[in-house]
Design a protein around this ligand. Structure first.
Ligand code: HOZ
Length: 425
């Protein structure tokens, strides 16, 4: 007899391409049937077959305070009771913008949008409008949402499903995107020495979370800052994943890099659709209605979504919030590495803030090429063994994992016990 997950998946495929509304959910890389979830609370998810999982996906990042946190749910309910949407300004969106500016001071002005993709797309357009240049630089394996100019040698689902440069992107558009190797400072310097004056923007995940987790090499982000400053190029830090998570002030606070523009998503909406682009006042003033760079959205600054974001950002400022979640994440990765050693499996793990990477390889990868050396088949086996034991990891070897404040000793111990068995399979 098929499970409810299987029945729902078969039904979904009749009406939705691939049965999913975002490709990374499809389990195609790991095989099997995606879980259809019904409920979530704290660190746990329940699927359509009433099975419970410890969640390390966290809706791909937003759920930093844990699922259905009472303060967030109440804020959403209260806001929804007042209005679902105005398509007009509200005090709450001003409050959110002020809070974001205070937590991430490089954002002198901030525009709220509805997703990370909208944020990065707007940042690129702004950089081009501000500089009057067309070319942009991104790094192989970094994913910045699904706008045309950024779907070139991208990570996340694009990489997972073998289409890192998407079909449907005009060649002329892709030609304006120069792709370099993440952490390769020499390549960046060489490019800027010959073409610096043509480059509108460098966009980078300061910590990559879309080709598994890759940390910046010492000096890499600093070199980007120097080259961009020297050549009048806009440095965009894509903090959709790292914002409020690698540190309260994001990866830019952790690494002490002041970008020209920053993109935010995920945690800023606390599980509801909110993104943001912000940065230097003179660049942000190019945006309509002040300047000639157009951007808009019927649901931008939506009152219900903003309420979830505000409530979440209030919680993440609590004293020790970041330190506690970081310590939990460290316990997880150290424990997993110890279990793998015991089992004699070539595996390592690392974390920064509450993001983590798991690698079936002796040492953490520092480049896209090294990520490609990880044993994908071994990851797939581990994924399914963990899933069977009630631990939900991202269904791809190319995604970072996320821990929430609701994860504690009970969940870490249970995860390590599951891994002890899973490493043997
Ligand atoms: N950035 C997320 C995964 N890396 C997005 C989730 C999705 O693509 O559905």
């Amino acid at each position: 007899m098929s499970s409810r997950n299987e029945t729902l998946f078969a039904r979904a495929q009749q009406s939705i391409p691939g049965g999913v509304n975002s490709p990374v959910r499809a389990f195609r890389a790991v095989g099997g049937t995606p879980c259809f979830f019904e409920r979530a609370e704290g660190a746990y998810l329940w699927d359509a077959d009433r099975r419970r999982y410890i969640d390390y996906v966290g809706s791909w990042g937003p759920m930093i305070v844990g699922h259905t946190h009472p303060a967030v749910v109440k804020a959403v309910q209260d806001a929804a009771g007042r209005a679902l949407s105005f398509g007009a300004p509200t005090e709450a969106e001003v409050e959110l913008a002020e809070l974001v500016r205070r937590l991430v001071p490089s954002l002198e002005l901030v525009r709220l949008v509805s997703s990370g993709t909208e944020a990065t797309m707007t940042a690129i357009r702004l950089a081009r409008g501000f500089t009057g240049r067309s070319a942009i630089v991104k790094f192989e394996g970094c994913y910045h949402g699904h706008a045309d100019s950024l779907l070139v040698k991208a990570g996340s689902g694009a990489l997972t499903f073998g289409n890192p440069s998407s079909a449907g992107v005009p060649a002329q558009t892709a030609a304006q995107t120069i792709v370099l190797d993440y952490n390769n400072i020499d390549q960046v310097r060489k490019l800027f020495a010959t073409r610096g004056a043509q480059i509108a923007a460098v966009i980078v995940e300061p910590v990559v979370g879309n080709m598994n987790l890759v940390l910046p090499a010492p000096g890499f982000l600093e070199s980007l800052r120097e080259e961009c400053t020297r050549h009048g190029t806009v440095l965009i830090l894509d903090e959709v994943m790292t914002g409020f998570r690698v540190a309260l002030g994001g990866a830019q606070a952790h690494y002490r890099i002041r970008p020209d523009l920053t993109t935010l998503g995920k945690v800023i909406g606390g599980g509801m659709p909110v993104g943001a682009v912000g940065g230097r006042r003179e660049i942000m003033e190019e945006l309509a209605p002040l300047g000639p760079v157009y951007q808009a959205g019927t649901l931008s600054g939506n009152p219900v979504a903003v309420a979830a974001g505000l409530a979440t950002l209030k919680l993440v400022q609590a004293p020790d919030f970041q330190a506690r979640i970081e310590a939990t994440t460290k316990q997880l990765v150290e424990g997993l590495a110890a279990e793998a050693r015991q089992a004699g499996v070539a595996f390592c793990a690392q974390s920064i803030g509450s993001m983590f990477g798991l690698y079936f390889r002796a040492a953490p990868p520092a480049s896209f090429a090294e990520v490609m050396e990880c044993d994908r088949e071994r990851f797939n086996r581990f994924f399914h063994a963990m899933l069977k034991k009630g631990v939900y990891l991202a269904p791809s070897a190319y995604e970072a994992g996320f821990v929430s404040a609701a994860h504690g000793k009970t969940e870490i111990d249970a995860t390590l016990a599951a891994a002890r068995e899973a490493f043997k399979e």
